[in-house]
Design a protein around this ligand. Structure first.
Ligand code: CTP
Length: 415
């Protein structure tokens, strides 16, 4: 999703908290990413940061309460309509309460009420007691029900002089959330990266999620994988025009056009993958497959009847799905795997590239700040034989998925 913010109209709505000064850097970063930025601010926000600063950084006049009378009085309606995305940051408890209730008593709340922007993001910042107040929490729920995406405040040193939840989220998180929300809000045809549908007529098989290896009828062995990366890859392949089979150990929402096969255990996943690969052009193994399964799962629930405090599970190695696909790949099929590593990233990824006979390995340092399980962002390096590694991110998993699919297109076209 390179350039998800390029040419996008972002309306930055700034309210009056101590974090208001951070709106300057936020607007600068949106502009740097190619977005058109307009700022609307409350009078209290103006007491924390001058409109002039935000005007210079956004390269546009700033809408303030001083413009409320006279010629600019209908600007708020035009600005609200102009926006592809509204980013309310920092959002005070007071403004959140007003917006949740449809009040319009200043230029900022008027603008928000008049807007039909598809993407609405709020990044609250306030005192921790105000944050935890049931009224604030109720307002936040109302806003989320109205389609607002909330970026939770961070925990840290508050202006009050103690450590608590309430600080404005990291600017990087706000930017990534905006990028992802704008990307997700696009229809397949609008995703400029894939306008020409480079995978039209191709079949792509993707695996996702952490496998679940049964212990007994009520328990299983699993891992921390959420399946987000695999699902994002399936969506990106679909956006590029492919016919997609997603074989997933974890159920999440996905486009109806994706053929979703649920396969909880490694063995079930292997069976489904082998069947899907008979007529596929590409395989992407994003699943976190458990390396071990029980030699013989129990048919009945295991009881703690034994007086012995120790209980040992007899585990045997699972089939390696990626390796099986790599070894059996037919001419023209492209095989892509992942390498989840905590150390020696590139060496381990190169070893996996060879041992699994893959065409590309997406090397993932799961301990990197933007990467890892259940995050919405990731940071990876693409490794191919005799090629310079390609570093991607940190950015949203959708953006990373689009870049991986671009690379798949390059490999398929080069064959
Ligand atoms: N994989 C697989 N089947 C397995 C284990 C892994 O298909 N039984 C695939 C994963 O989907 C991923 C790649 O192999 O695409 C690498 O997985 P990873 O967990 O990083 O490595 P392992 O192969 O398990 O090796 P190690 O335990 O040495 O890290």
């Amino acid at each position: 999703m390179s350039g998800a913010l390029a040419e996008k109209n972002i309306l930055l709505a700034v309210t009056g908290g101590i974090a208001a000064y951070k709106a300057a850097e936020l607007s600068r970063q949106y502009v740097k990413a190619g977005a058109n930025v307009k700022v609307v601010m409350t009078q209290t926000a103006e007491s924390f940061i001058p409109a002039k600063t935000l005007g210079i950084l956004s390269k546009q006049a700033v809408l303030t309460d001083g413009d409320r009378d006279g010629s600019a009085s209908v600007e708020h309606v035009a600005w609200g309509r102009w926006a592809d995305a509204i980013v309310l940051a920092p959002a005070t408890a007071n403004t959140l309460a007003k917006v949740a209730n449809g009040l319009a008593d200043n230029v900022l709340t008027e603008t928000l009420l008049a807007s039909n922007a598809a993407v609405k993001i709020m990044a609250p910042a306030m005192n921790d007691q105000m944050w935890h107040n049931p009224a604030t929490q109720r307002n936040l729920q109302t806003l989320q029900g109205d389609g607002w995406t909330m970026i939770e405040p961070a925990t840290g040193f508050l202006a009050e002089g103690y450590e608590a939840k309430g600080r404005l989220a990291q600017l990087e998180t706000i930017i990534l959330t905006t990028e992802q929300a704008l990307f997700d809000g696009q229809t397949d045809g609008q995703r400029d990266a894939f306008d020409n549908q480079p995978l039209k007529g191709r079949r792509v098989v993707v695996t996702a999620g952490g496998t679940k290896e049964p212990i007994d009828p009520v328990r299983f062995l699993t891992n921390r994988s959420s399946g987000k990366m695999g699902y994002a890859l399936a969506e990106a392949a679909l956006a590029a025009g492919a016919e997609v089979t997603l074989i997933a150990a974890t159920k999440r929402d996905c486009s109806k056009a994706i053929h979703l096969v649920l396969a909880p255990s490694a063995k079930e996943m292997l069976t489904a993958v082998e069947e899907a690969m008979t007529d596929a052009d590409a395989f992407i193994g994003a699943a976190a497959v458990s390396d071990f399964a029980l030699a013989k799962p129990f048919d009945k629930k295991v009881k703690k009847t034994s007086p012995d405090a120790h209980f040992t599970l007899d585990l045997v190695q699972n089939p390696d799905i990626l390796k099986t696909v790599g070894q059996n790949k037919k001419s023209g099929q492209v095989v892509i795997g992942f390498a989840a590593e905590t150390n020696d990233l590139l060496q381990n990824a190169e070893r996996k590239l060879k041992s699994k006979q893959a065409d590309m390995i997406v090397a993932n340092d799961v301990l990197a700040p933007a990467a890892g399980f259940d995050k919405d962002t990731n940071q990876v390096t693409l490794i191919q034989a005799n090629q310079v590694p390609i570093e991607i991110g940190p950015k949203s998993k959708s953006a990373i998925a689009a870049d991986i699919i671009h690379q798949l297109v390059t490999i398929l076209d080069g064959q």
